[in-house]
Design a protein around this ligand. Structure first.
Ligand SMILES: NC(=O)c1ccc[n+]([C@@H]2O[C@H](COP(=O)([O-])OP(=O)(O)OC[C@H]3O[C@@H](n4cnc5c(N)ncnc54)[C@H](O)[C@@H]3O)[C@@H](O)[C@H]2O)c1
Length: 256
């Protein structure tokens, strides 16, 4: 996809991987709607990006909020060419730990935000993309990029809910790509390893050091800009479709 003059929605745009992706897209000459349920951070990020950015405070799990984000984007920018789903949470909880049995509501909440929230925006964005004129000989109309995690493949102890939600994102990718191929819409997912965002910054220094040591090379957490660079490659490289790409410095997570 040609990026200039195109319009993208980035969920989780108020922080971390989503904020870096929105920045990359603005620098590439696109228009971006940043969607996040944290009003302060999404407004601040969008303001810093200038006139080509729009902030929408919305909870990705809610149908009405998703519809409002799509409508606001179409009203401001006219069309939607891409969706990058970055909104997510990663709380740790054991199935049967010191704090007792895993809560059902806490399990549901993780699946609700990470998986159902991803699907909510996907279904609404691809409906809007059907109206796009096709782009040159490949008849492309749009691209969706979801964010999974290496936890989808190697969930650690305490990640039952998180790993299950991200495995759902992985499972969604191929059937969505197959179905939407007829509309000229590609669907991809990125499975990040450990990235230096708010999600990781709250951890104690010794935990962070331990995680860095587990990465084969380079021995550090990923930078959000490295995630954004892969988003750009996926958007621009039309032959990428229906695949989950690990972006992880070679890490394979252990049980703990
Ligand atoms: N940071 C990592 O190491 C890492 C690794 C693997 C996968 N991921 C995934 O990458 C994505 C981005 O994570 P990040 O590291 O940028 O974290 P982050 O905490 O910096 O950003 C996540 C954003 O999602 C928003 N959000 C949460 N729930 C929401 C909801 N219901 N509706 C709308 N917005 C909501 C938060 O407000 C926040 O701004 C997540 O899906 C996460 O699971 C992150």
């Amino acid at each position: 996809m040609q990026l200039a003059e195109r319009t993208f929605i980035v969920t989780g745009g108020g922080s971390g991987l989503g904020a870096a992706t929105a920045r990359m897209l603005i620098d590439a000459g696109t228009r971006v709607t940043l969607v996040d349920h944290d009003a302060d951070s999404v407004e601040t990020q969008a303001r810093a990006l200038g006139e080509s950015a729009l902030a929408v405070t919305a909870d990705v799990t809610r149908e009405a909020d998703g519809e409002r984000a799509i409508a606001a984007t179409r009203e401001r920018f006219g069309a939607i060419h891409g969706l990058i789903n970055c909104a997510g949470i990663a709380p740790a909880e054991k199935i049967h730990g010191k704090r007792g049995v895993h809560g059902l509501d806490s399990f549901r909440r993780v699946v609700d935000i990470n998986l159902i929230g991803t699907f909510n925006l996907l279904r609404l964005a691809v409906a809007a993309m059907q109206d796009n004129p096709t782009e040159d000989d490949d008849f492309e109309r749009g691209v969706v990029i979801n964010t999974a995690s290496v936890a989808a493949f190697e969930g650690q102890i305490g990640q039952a809910a998180y790993a299950a939600s991200k495995a759902g994102v992985v499972g969604l990718t191929l059937p969505a790509a197959r179905e939407l191929a007829a509309s000229g819409i590609r669907v991809m997912a990125i499975a990040p390893g450990i990235f230096d965002t708010a999600m990781m910054q709250d951890m104690p220094a010794e935990v962070r050091d331990g995680l860095n040591a587990k990465v084969p090379f380079p021995k550090r957490m990923g930078h959000a800009e490295e995630y954004a660079a892969l988003v750009r490659q996926i958007l621009e490289n039309r032959y990428l479709n229906g695949e989950v790409i690990r972006l992880d410095g070679g890490i394979r997570m252990s049980a703990t």
